[in-house]
Design a protein around this ligand. Structure first.
Ligand SMILES: Cc1cc2nc3c(=O)[nH]c(=O)nc-3n(C[C@H](O)[C@H](O)[C@H](O)COP(=O)(O)O)c2cc1C
Length: 182
């Protein structure tokens, strides 16, 4: 599969089969995430994989937040992404430049994870709307740390690739200057 085909195949799956996911497959997704780039190579991430059924059910309840993410209990694997303290240089740089580099880094690592999942024939959904305090309490994550995202992973209930809903190409790019300013 070409990289573009893989990018087309990756989609947010919001319903999963009960079929378990092999740890080896999870490991390959984690390896893809580990290889992601980050500001000053800070690698400010830690992945807590939850595949133990009772704990997973409890985490899923925290993801089903104000009627969002009702599908979460169907995912056989949930991965909480913990933001680790960035090293001094990107932290300072982020403050000076007013850019939360660590969130950009985590976004890239999470997308690497999800693309590897798609390559494995697995489905995933990046989840950013959830009860963070509840997830942290269940996983023993210290209060001072943040959990920006959770990834739902499993075999999709509907494996068909949907057409992507995206802005038109011309609305997303230009060459050599920004449109409409001169
Ligand atoms: C940072 C981030 C947070 C997201 N949070 C949620 C979420 O809480 N629940 C959900 O169902 N989808 C969530 N999504 C998935 C997006 O809705 C989805 O990527 C977008 O609609 C494009 O669809 P596609 O992933 O199928 O291509 C999130 C995606 C990102 C990148």
């Amino acid at each position: 599969m070409s990289f573009l085909d893989l990018a087309r195949k990756r989609q947010s799956d919001r319903g999963f089969l009960a079929q378990p996911v092999e740890r080896l497959q999870i490991e390959r997704c984690l390896e893809a995430a580990r290889l992601a780039p980050s500001a000053c190579n800070s690698q400010p991430w830690f992945f807590v994989v939850v595949d133990e059924p009772a704990l997973r059910t409890a985490i899923a309840a925290e993801l089903n937040h104000f009627a969002m993410n009702r599908f979460a209990p169907t995912a056989p694997v949930l991965v909480a992404v913990v933001a680790e303290n960035p090293t001094l240089l990107p932290r300072l740089g982020g403050m000076i430049k007013d850019k939360p580099y660590y969130l950009l880094d985590i976004g890239m690592a999470v997308e690497h994870f999800c693309l590897q999942a798609a390559d494995e024939g697995l489905g995933s959904c990046i989840i950013g709307w959830f009860n963070e305090a509840g997830v942290k309490r269940l996983l023993g994550i210290p209060k001072g740390k943040r959990v920006p995202l959770v990834i739902a992973l499993g075999y999709p209930a509907d494996p068909a690739t949907r057409p992507k809903t995206r802005r038109e190409p011309d609305a997303t790019r230009s060459y050599n200057d920004y449109p409409g300013t001169r």
